[in-house]
Design a protein around this ligand. Structure first.
Ligand code: ADP
Ligand code: MG
Length: 203
């Protein structure tokens, strides 16, 4: 799953940089592509990791190698999931809901952003709600991806209350928030990965 996300972020690097060039400093795609590649590489090197080991490695890689505001914020997202996963060697949907919910709360606490502030929270919050409402993983990942896409699209009409885009005031209107777009790509990649992997999970 993490490898699938890392590949998608590499594919979207320039598109995300362009979005960030309009609202910030143009490095968001470079940041997230580097952070998720580092995470995928680190995880590949772990021997028999538990779920919480994986999530901790993610958090560390993202915090240390993503850079930007997004490094701190994504790092918090994964770090908050570590405690939820501790002691579990299999994850059911409820567990994943708890991981995502803890991550969302961590992001909101860390960045002080609410829905409507034109940040990644605009995509992450509806995605987490959609995942939790769904009946299972398959429906969960696909409805999370759809909700994140819609949430990201809605950021176009907003002025920003956090991050570099805040300094643009009304000039931020008309541009999609890059971090929200990254969240949409993240859930889309997870959804696609899940649908491919599903026959294995059903065994
Ligand atoms: P930087 O702004 O330091 O260059 P990035 O370009 O990697 O970092 O990330 C920018 C993204 O970070 C924004 O598009 C936004 O989604 C997200 N972001 C910025 N500040 C906050 C915040 N306070 N809370 C949540 N997300 C934020
Ligand atoms: Mg930037």
């Amino acid at each position: 799953m993490i490898e699938a996300i890392a590949r998608r972020m590499s594919t979207e690097r320039e598109a995300l940089n362009r979005l960030d060039a309009a609202l910030g400093d143009g490095d968001h795609g470079t940041n997230v592509a580097a952070g998720f590649s580092a995470a995928a590489a680190d995880i590949g090197g772990l021997e028999n990791p538990s779920a919480s080991d994986l999530w901790l490695a993610m958090a560390k890689a993202v915090m240390n190698r993503m850079g930007g505001a997004s490094g701190a914020i994504f790092g918090t997202f994964f770090l908050k999931g570590v405690a939820v996963l501790r002691g579990k060697d299999r994850l059911n949907k409820r567990d994943m809901e708890a991981v995502l919910e803890a991550g969302l709360q961590g992001v909101k606490a860390r960045g002080k952003a609410e829905v409507g502030d034109k940040t990644m929270v605009d995509a992450l919050a509806p995605a987490v709600t959609a995942f939790s409402r769904a009946g299972g993983f398959t429906e969960g990942w696909s409805s999370a991806a759809e909700a994140a896409r819609k949430g990201a699209a809605c950021t176009q009409d907003l002025i920003a209350r956090h991050g570099r885009a805040k300094y643009l005031g009304e000039r931020a209107i008309g541009h999609i928030d890059p971090g929200a777009c990254t969240i949409a790509f993240l859930f889309e990649a997870t959804d696609a990965w899940w649908r491919e992997a599903q026959p294995i999970h059903k065994r």
